[in-house]
Each structure stands twice: as structure tokens, then as C-alpha cells.
Design a binder for this molecule. Structure first.
Ligand SMILES: [Ca+2]
Length: 336
């Protein structure tokens, strides 16, 4: 046994004690990367206590399952595989039942905001299967994970986390660290992100708070108001099939913003299958359908739906589900 080795247990103990002291006295060692700066901004903008904000964020957990989920969105599928996820007989039927159950409210909100009721129902149907699947992640965990540990969209999710921390309690629906939602931090039947709750959610039943989980009035009116404030045109079409001729000029679009009068697209070789008012602004989507390529004229209201979710597949699914629901309701009415 050498002389030095006799001192090793003591040295290890000293190191352990020093490590323990470091872990318990420096709270920065527990913070998420970027937390201190965010807390400073929120405290400055709202006057909220940095201690309380840090306690909330310290309690939030980075979750690998959230990082896994955001890396495989359904919108990566082609239209022929995406459409059947949402256009099922069960989802249409449940949409008709939801419409009938909330009919008076839907009619009133549709009149108030100028948005067709079947589109409000279809959004809720696509987002959460009519409020059945609203997400089981802690919203705070989801937004902390994506704001601090998901570089591809860190800016967007940091804004959402900041918006969440800044929401007044009347817009929160419960204590902040108990809120549940999707892996992306969206809440309620309409899956509103925190900035959308801040900017578009409404207290339709006038009880002094916004409840996107429990108040059908607040939920339905918030979706309608979202569409209304993004420029929904009352009574206008969403999308219509286009028939290209053999010489049709290929068109790629950056987003679904309607850019051309429909006559311009006709001049480029795309014929509508039904007449439209002259000068209607239009864009064109080419989708990978079950029977080959599908060409669609899309209008302002289609663009508005893409403000809810950027994917044109999403907007197309909402449009087709809305029409199927409206047809189902009309059919049920005719039987009575
Ligand atoms: Ca309310």
C-alpha cells in the first residue's frame, strides 16, 4: 500500500461535498438554457415576479417524447394518405351530431362573425375529434421542451412560451402548471396556441374568463373569431376542382395566398368545372390524390384556413369535412 492511497477515501468525500454544495446553492445549474433571459423579458413586460416565473420553469420537464412527436407530423404524408385520416364516416357522423347538439349556438356565432358553421365544426373535428382528444402533455413541458431544446423552431416556440407566461389568469383556464394540451402546446377543442388565445379567443358566455376546454360558447366563438380576424369572406367558396388542358403551365406556389384572377389561371390552361364570379382571386394547389394528381383552385377562405395550420392538406381536409357535415345535416333535416 502506498502512502497516497490511504488518503483517497477522504479526498473523494471532499469532492462529493463540494459537488453537493454546488448543486444546491447555484439555481442557475438547474435552469433551462435561455431561461434567465426569458424570465427577465416576461418580468419586465408584465411585472410578474422573477422568483415565481423561475419556479414555474424549473418545474417544467424537457420530454423526449415531445421532440419525437414534432419530428413526424401527419402533414408530411401525400394527400392520398392524409385525406383518409380525417374523411372517415365516423368523423363525418360525429360532426353531424356535434352540429345538431350545438345548433342554436353555431347559428348565433355564425351570424355574429360571418363564418359558416360547418367550417367551425370541421376545425374542431380535425383538431380534436370534436373535443375528444385534446392532448395529455403539460403545456408548460411542451413549450419549454420546444422553446429551449428544439432549434429548428426555437423562435416560434419561445414566443409561444413567452405568450403563455404573460397571459392573464382570466385567459388561462386554470393554474399555469396544470394546463394540458398537445405536444406542441396547443389547448382545448380548437387547439389554440398561447398567442392565439391572447389575440383571438373570446369570452362568448361572458363569465369573465376564457375556457377553451369546458365552454362550448367560448370554444366555438373563438374559432369563428380566428377566421373572422384572418379575413374570412362570408358566403364565399373555399376551393373548387380545376381541369388542366394538355398545355397547362405548371404552377408552384409559396403559400395559398390568392394571387391571380381566376381568368388568368384559365388563360394558363386550368378550366373551372363550375362558373365563378369574374375577377375572383385564386391560387392553385396540385395534390397527390388516390387517382393521380388533383388540381384545385383555392380562394381567400382556403388561405384563411391555412392561417390555422399552414398545410394545404389540412385546409383541404377541413373543407371536405365541412361539406360532408353540412350535407349530413341537410339530409337529416330533410327526413324530418
Ligand atoms: Ca367564458
Amino acid at each position: 500500500m502506498t502512502q497516497n492511497s490511504a488518503f483517497r477515501p477522504l479526498r473523494s468525500l471532499v469532492v462529493l461535498v463540494l459537488l453537493w454544495l454546488g448543486a444546491t446553492t447555484t439555481r442557475a445549474a438547474l435552469a433551462h438554457p435561455g431561461q434567465a433571459e426569458l424570465v427577465r423579458e416576461v418580468a419586465r413586460d408584465t411585472g410578474k415576479s422573477p422568483g415565481e416565473l423561475n419556479a414555474l420553469l424549473d418545474g417544467a420537464q424537457k420530454q423526449q417524447s415531445i421532440l419525437d412527436a414534432i419530428s413526424r407530423p401527419a402533414e408530411a404524408k401525400p394527400w392520398k394518405d392524409y385525406r383518409p385520416i380525417f374523411m372517415t364516416p365516423a368523423r363525418v357522423e360525429a360532426g353531424v351530431a356535434f352540429y345538431q347538439a350545438h345548433r342554436a349556438l353555431l347559428d348565433r356565432v355564425a351570424g355574429e362573425y360571418g363564418v359558416a358553421p360547418q367550417y367551425i365544426v370541421a376545425i374542431i373535428g380535425v383538431e380534436t375529434d370534436y373535443g375528444r382528444i385534446v392532448g395529455h402533455y403539460k403545456v408548460l413541458d411542451a413549450l419549454v421542451t420546444l422553446a429551449f431544446y428544439y432549434p429548428p423552431r426555437a423562435n416560434f416556440f419561445r414566443e409561444q412560451l413567452k405568450a403563455l407566461l404573460e397571459l392573464p389568469s382570466s385567459k388561462l383556464g386554470g393554474p399555469l402548471d396544470t394546463l394540458l394540451g398537445s405536444y406542441a402546446g396547443a389547448q382545448g377543442w380548437g387547439q389554440f396556441m398561447p398567442s392565439s388565445i391572447r389575440d383571438f379567443a373570446v369570452d362568448e358566455d361572458h363569465d369573465g374568463r376564457i375556457d377553451l376546454h369546458g365552454s362550448a360558447d367560448d370554444i366555438i366563438a373563438s374559432v369563428a373569431n380566428y377566421f373572422h380576424l384572418h379575413g374570412w369572406e362570408s358566403g364565399a367558396p373555399v376551393a373548387a376542382r380545376a381541369q388542366p388542358d394538355a398545355a397547362a403551365r405548371p404552377i408552384t406556389v409559396k403559400d395559398a395566398r390568392p394571387l391571380w384572377p381566376l381568368e388568368q389561371l384559365e388563360a394558363w390552361g386550368y378550366a373551372p368545372l363550375q362558373p365563378f364570379a369574374p375577377g375572383r382571386l385564386t391560387s392553385l394547389q396540385t395534390l397527390d390524390g388516390a387517382q393521380g394528381p388533383e388540381y384545385w383552385f383555392t380562394f381567400q377562405n382556403f388561405y384563411v384556413i391555412t392561417r390555422y395550420n399552414r398545410s394545404p392538406l389540412y385546409a383541404m381536409a377541413v373543407d371536405q369535412l365541412a361539406q360532408a357535415i353540412a350535407a349530413g345535416v341537410a339530409q337529416a333535416d330533410a327526413k324530418q
